[in-house]
Design a protein around this ligand. Structure first.
Ligand SMILES: Cc1cc2nc3c(=O)[nH]c(=O)nc-3n(C[C@H](O)[C@H](O)[C@H](O)COP(=O)(O)OP(=O)(O)OC[C@H]3O[C@@H](n4cnc5c(N)ncnc54)[C@H](O)[C@@H]3O)c2cc1C
Length: 420
């Protein structure tokens, strides 16, 4: 018979540490480096060339138009078409479907440079990857050929449609439903905050197909074409930052979706939608690093030129230390990001590491851009100088692809519930 005493928490003891307190020894968590074959902070020649290509593109094609797209909110079609022609979009699609099948680390190099150029344009580019990932993970060969193969043939966009007006962090609170009728599914509901919604050819949509099961097999992923009857695209949202990225709601009114457009099996929707984040959250983290790096570079340039009290403000320790902190945190954020991506490339689970990278990089970019505005003083607050835009652009990193609170929830659950 069990005693009525309170249950003791279960702990993992990885090595026996002596205790002088009478309490059990503290659990020892070893850093998760074992799954990596080795630690190598260098890039291959190909990766260096890829990064240089993306950097040159960001410098010559993105930076010169960033302020215009920020001011007008105009979608950056011309920039995206050039990126596509250069082969630096949709890079992770498998070779058998016409893609380049680049790795997750390769994707990080591109994401950081794009965001260094303009993170609004960068998000417009990267949104394709988020929508394509569940299809790469679970789509049938026919579905992949049709909806991923098209990117090798023409410039095309797609969108990941999961969030709803009343269900963001709480994905299982979604109301969009799909009901089977003959060989079709009838889709009804409304999605909200969908990046690329107004310009995408197709959407990856998750809907409830069995309300009694939800995440445990009751949600299903579908590919839905924007041109189909019953698909109603909402107005463009004018956001705080990343203003040229196209964000809208989408309503589905009795949309007929063929059985062939189910992604994976019926009931796989939750798994596919969440697994995609293990690939894309490091990308969001890398983009945050890119914005933070831009803010730091502007800060260094300004602090060495601007004079106060008879000397460059960089000579004042308070300013110099802010820049030192920026550099340290940017490096830490990039290392977390590369680790999360390397684990994926090595075929390892990286849910916790991807969440760590996203949470830390998002907080870093917010802090770095806020301090950059501080270093610029009054000029930092003006739209005539670059750091004001960077601070507005930074905020979204703490919100999309799971808020910073949700990342901490994931990290703590992985540590304490799953014991990973
Ligand atoms: C510009 C933009 C682009 C986006 N693009 C896409 C896209 O392409 N596709 C897509 O599907 N979605 C997209 N989103 C949606 C985005 O992922 C959600 O906004 C985000 O997940 C938060 O959901 P919410 O807005 O409903 O906030 P809520 O979930 O209502 O959260 C409100 C606050 O409560 C906190 N909170 C909620 N639950 C908890 C908890 N359990 N513990 C602690 N704190 C909690 C949150 O962290 C947040 O601070 C986008 C959003 C924006 C703004």
């Amino acid at each position: 018979m069990h005693s009525g005493a309170a249950r003791k928490p279960r702990m993992r003891f990885l090595s026996g540490t002596g205790s002088t307190t009478g309490l059990p020894p503290a659990p020892v968590f070893t850093p998760d480096l074992e799954p990596l074959m080795s630690i190598d902070f260098g890039l291959s020649e190909e990766q260096q060339a890829l990064r240089d290509l993306a950097h040159d593109f960001a410098k010559s094609e993105m930076r010169p138009v960033a302020a215009h797209h920020d001011a007008t909110g105009e979608y950056p079609f011309a920039v995206l078409e050039k990126a596509n022609a250069l082969g630096i979009m949709n890079t992770h699609i498998e070779a058998e479907n016409g893609g380049m099948q680049l790795g997750c680390v390769d994707g990080m190099l591109l994401a950081e440079e794009f965001a260094w150029g303009c993170s609004g344009i960068g998000t417009a580019i990267e949104a394709n990857g988020l929508a394509q990932q569940p299809v790469i993970l679970g789509g049938s060969p026919e579905l992949k050929k049709k909806y991923l193969g098209m990117f090798a043939e023409k410039f095309s966009l797609c969108a990941y449609a999961v969030t709803e007006p009343n269900a963001g962090s709480d994905v299982q609170g979604m109301k969009t439903s799909a009901v089977k009728q003959g060989d079709k599914w009838i889709l009804n509901g409304t999605k909200m905050w969908i990046t690329n919604a107004g310009v995408a050819d197709w959407y990856f949509v998750v809907a409830v197909t069995d309300p009694s099961r939800l995440a445990r097999g009751g949600m299903t992923g579908f590919i839905v074409e924007r041109s189909w009857p019953g698909v109603i695209v909402g107005k463009k949202e004018y956001n705080m930052g990343q203003r040229c990225s196209d964000t809208r709601g989408i309503t589905f009114e009795n949309v007929e979706v063929p059985e062939a457009n189910v992604v994976g099996n019926v009931g796989d929707g939750w798994k596919l939608a969440m697994s995609a984040f293990d690939y894309t959250r490091p990308g969001v983290a890398a983009a945050a690093v890119g914005v933070a790096r831009a803010a730091m570079e502007h800060s260094i340039e300004y602090a060495t030129e601007r004079r106060a009290f008879g000397q460059p403000i960089a000579n004042h320790q308070a300013i110099a230390f802010m820049i030192a902190e920026m550099a340290t945190e940017i490096d830490a954020a990039r290392l977390l990001t590369w680790r999360a991506a390397s684990l994926k490339d090595a075929g390892q689970k990286n849910t916790k590491e991807a969440a760590m990278a996203k949470a830390f990089s998002s907080d870093t970019v917010m802090k770095t851009t806020t301090n950059a505005v501080q270093i610029f003083g009054g000029y930092g607050y003006s739209q005539e100088y670059p750091v004001e835009k960077l601070m507005r652009d930074a905020k979204i990193f703490q919100i999309y692809e799971g808020t910073s609170q949700i990342q901490r929830l994931i990290i703590s659950r992985e540590l304490m519930v799953r014991g990973k």
